[in-house]
Design a protein. Structure first.
Length: 203
């Protein structure tokens, strides 16, 4: 599995990724322009099969509807964040901009432990609430796409809608039980090993 960072021209510093294997791809957190996604797909000779959201905040789904329209693929999110897409209070758009932020709809929801296949590779869903009630990480091989649960230099804020300190602590504890050589691809900022990111937190 190759993890491709798709450059975004939108100034929210949200990371957008393609997970690519065997000529197929999944788009994770579509904040990058569709033209950038298309360019990376061409360069990697891959066909997009689905769009996955690590959680329901607006800055991680800015180009979601355009991507769905262009690629004709389903959008999927954890069931606990399914109502965030069209609710500016929940997806934080209203907090930052004082008006409604609606992003269409999701096609499917999933729960903890759900798995997806890209080519011959498996993507495992790990439910990690705390930043939002439906926040998830996606594990494949020795790579972890962590959304806003864990960054290379910290973890996601818990003071937004459905955020919870105790749930975040439990989620970080869950990640701390995993192989620390796993490479972390977070929702913001640079990648790191899981061990290095946890060490900064004293874990």
């Amino acid at each position: 599995m190759e993890i491709v960072h798709v450059e975004s021209s939108v100034d929210y510093a949200s990371n957008c990724y393609l997970m690519v294997a065997d000529g197929e791809a999944v788009l994770v957190d579509p904040s990058a322009p569709v033209a950038s996604v298309q360019r990376e797909l061409r360069q990697h000779g891959a066909e997009l099969k689905a769009i996955l959201l690590t959680h329901g905040h607006f800055d991680h789904m800015l180009c979601m509807q355009e991507a769905r329209t262009v690629f004709h693929v389903p959008v999927m999110i954890h069931e606990a964040d399914s109502t965030f897409v069209n609710d500016g209070r929940k997806n934080a758009y209203t907090l930052f901009f004082g008006k409604e932020g609606a992003y269409g709809f999701v096609d499917q929801t999933f729960s903890d432990g759900a798995s997806f296949h890209i080519g011959k590779e498996e993507i495992q869903t790990i439910h990690t609430p705390g930043h939002t009630s439906g926040s998830c990480c996606f594990l494949t091989g020795r790579t972890l796409l962590s959304g806003d649960t864990l960054f290379s230099m910290g973890y996601g804020r818990t003071d937004l809608y459905s955020g919870n300190d105790a749930e975040m602590a439990a989620s970080l504890g869950l990640l701390a039980c995993m192989d620390r050589k796993i490479i972390l691809f977070p929702g913001h900022g640079p990648s790191a090993t899981l061990g290095d990111a946890l060490q900064i937190l004293g874990m």
